[in-house]
Ligand binder design. Structure first.
Ligand code: ADP
Length: 274
């Protein structure tokens, strides 16, 4: 923005005086620019699978007297159209998550159930690739939020851990409750011993449509939106997502969420039954 448009404001917060270098107008403009960027990216990303569908449809037509070829092209048509459907679903999720009211429901969620749901969604893919999925035993911990969004976030991390590892790799999930004097939070960790991510790339992987190696990610069926969705789900829940990784050794993604501090829902349920 032009310097003159950045009408600086002085805002008192508690005893401190903070200089705010962006007025409402320029932050609105920034939001608008981000939105334009998003739409431009989407249009670009949609062109590839739509182009592929049209080429494949032509190929089917041209091969009408070769049943084997028709079968092959039809299979690829199916594959490309399910990729397109996944991309559209992720775009819908992301635009909801970027809206003013991103969390779908607010309930007490058992974190262990979230992890179990995410693992069951990925079980088949892991088996197909010979990857072992291990869930470390944990105590019951609770957060406030939307269980399906949280399961989406964890399952995105698990899918990535499977996709970016060699066959026979190990993916481990663990839940940690961290308590300090003024903080209580839950951490869900997803670790793999896969290909890893370099330091420079770690800073970019949470961006929309960012893929480390376009060719390799495409083979793994990625859209480049998964981690951006995870980040928005974490933020909507007042949490965060971070990554530790070393190329060739593996990666650990940590989803941190504020812990639910009320009475234990399981104990309350038991007390009600009695
Ligand atoms: P994609 O749909 O391509 O998987 P994501 O947003 O989920 O998109 O991830 C962005 C990029 O980050 C991926 O293309 C991949 O290169 C990298 N990445 C994500 N998770 C891992 C992981 N566990 N190990 C190595 N690289 C990863």
């Amino acid at each position: 923005a032009e310097p003159l448009e950045l009408a600086a404001r002085v805002a008192p917060i508690g005893n401190e005086v903070v200089l705010v270098i962006a007025d409402d107008e320029s932050s609105q403009r920034r939001v608008e620019a981000v939105r334009r960027d998003f739409v431009a990216n989407i249009s670009h990303e949609l062109k590839t699978p739509i182009g592929a569908l049209s080429v494949l449809a032509e190929a089917v037509e041209a091969a009408s007297d070769d049943p084997d070829a028709v079968q092959r092209f039809a299979g690829r048509l199916q594959h490309e159209s399910s990729r397109l459907a996944e991309l559209v679903n992720q775009i819908i999720d992301l635009s909801r998550l970027q809206s003013e009211d991103p969390m779908l429901s607010r309930e007490i969620v058992d974190v262990h159930e979230v992890v179990t749901e995410a693992v069951s969604r990925s079980r088949e893919r892991a088996e197909n690739r010979g990857v072992s999925l291990i869930v470390a035993r944990t105590a019951h911990t609770y957060v406030i939020g939307d269980r399906w969004q949280l399961a989406d976030a964890v399952s995105n991390l698990v899918q990535n851990a499977i996709n970016y590892s060699d066959e026979k790799a190990r993916v481990t999930l663990s839940i940690l409750q961290v308590t300090s004097d003024n903080d209580r939070y839950v951490e869900i960790k997803v670790s793999d011993n896969g290909i890893g991510i370099s330091q420079e790339e770690q800073e970019r992987i949470f961006e929309r449509f960012y893929r480390v190696d376009y060719g390799r990610s495409r083979d793994a069926g990625g859209t480049g939106l998964g981690l951006s969705i995870v980040r928005h789900i974490a933020l909507a829940h007042g949490g965060s997502i971070r990554v530790w990784s070393r190329p060739g050794q593996g990666s650990t993604f940590t989803l941190r969420l504020p812990a639910y501090l009320g009475p234990d829902p399981q104990e309350s349920a038991l007390a009600e039954e009695e």
